[in-house]
Design a protein around this ligand. Structure first.
Ligand code: UGA
Ligand code: MN
Length: 308
């Protein structure tokens, strides 16, 4: 009797295995979302563990890393801005966020924020010298340079090729997820339109036969690269092969930072137009209204201390 049961079991076993394998293949055929979703809060490792097998089969390692350099400074809206940004960046595969505080030391607020951001972050700081903290002077020069220095230092000892793309992501702008798909294929320097900037609904590079031939802008059209900081990305190779390219304080006029930097690494003819030949706005130069704190008490009145 026992041996009869055992032989039945042996007979069924291969069929059970076949059913299991077929079910597994079926579930791994589930459609692939365009950008690869990220689980909330749990961070990279947790998100990868939850991802269906189809996404694990497409190795993320094949994608160039996108490095986003974000200068940031302490003010009432800082945490809100960083939260908006993290919520976007967390949904982008292989994005490394380089947050550079404009401060003499890392703040507790940003340190805590970075620890819970749920994406790979590097937290740097450098203070803007007091003499440069004046209206009309370019902002975040030192912070972007600190980000560049970190990137060069990190990669100088690694052998090429190191596929990567750098872009400058100010903390108050609004970024669509499509923007990251576009910039990911940057070979040298890529460009695209920016919404709500230059006193117009948008600014954009004018493209003819796949090449940038001019700029649609309402402000200082004489700029060699009439483009906002949010309107371009640079390949890591270009950053590494131009080790001296930095943002300059000396002689730098307002609105010329982008041109001063880009002319050290590229030419207008060489630019790669993205976003359907620069006809789509995928990033907006939004600016957050200064918050009204008219009724904030001078001295702490609440019974608890709350980080905002
Ligand atoms: C425009 C451009 O979009 C910026 O890229 C450029 O740096 C800036 O002009 C400039 O004049 O230099 P705008 O919206 O006027 O941008 O500048 P902010 O958004 O106020 O500042 C740009 C970035 O620098 C932000 O990420 C902000 O957090 C940071 N920042 C600003 C500092 O780190 N320190 C400051 O004192 C001010
Ligand atoms: Mn801004």
């Amino acid at each position: 009797m026992k041996s009869l049961l055992f032989s039945r079991f042996l007979l069924l076993l291969p069929w059970v295995l076949v059913v299991i394998i077929v079910l597994d293949i079926d579930s791994s055929r589930a459609p692939l979302p365009a950008l690869g979703p990220r689980g909330g809060g749990g961070g990279r490792a947790a998100a990868a563990a939850r991802a269906p097998p189809a996404q694990r089969r497409e190795p993320e390692a094949a994608l160039p890393t996108i490095y986003a350099i974000t200068p940031t400074y302490s003010r009432p809206v800082q945490k809100a801005e960083l939260t908006r940004l993290a919520n976007t960046f967390r949904q982008v595969a292989r994005l490394h966020w380089i947050l550079v505080e404009d401060a003499a030391a890392r703040s507790e607020l940003v340190s805590r924020f970075v620890a819970g951001a749920g994406l790979p972050c590097t937290h740097l700081h450098v203070p803007t010298p007091r003499r440069y903290k004046r209206p009309g002077l370019p902002r975040a020069t030192e912070q972007r340079n600190a980000g560049l220095a970190w990137l060069r230092q990190r990669h100088q000892h690694l052998p090429p090729p190191q596929p990567g793309v750098l872009f400058f992501a100010d903390d108050d702008n609004t970024y669509s997820l499509e923007l990251f798909q576009e910039m990911r294929t940057t070979r040298k320097v890529s460009v695209w339109p920016v919404g709500l900037v230059g006193g117009r609904r948008y600014e954009r590079p004018i493209v003819e036969n796949g090449k940038v031939v001019g700029w649609y802008t309402g402000w200082r059209a004489d700029r060699p690269f009439a483009i906002d900081m949010a309107g371009f990305a640079v390949s890591l190779q270009v950053i590494l092969s131009h080790p001296k390219a930095v943002f300059k304080r000396r002689g730098s006029q307002p609105g010329m930072q982008e041109s001063d930097f880009l002319k050290q690494i590229t030419t207008v003819e060489e630019l790669e137009p993205k976003a359907n030949n620069c006809t789509k706005v995928l990033v907006w130069h939004t600016r957050t209204e200064k918050v009204n704190l008219a009724n904030e008490p001078k001295y702490h009145l609440d019974t608890v201390n709350i980080e905002v």
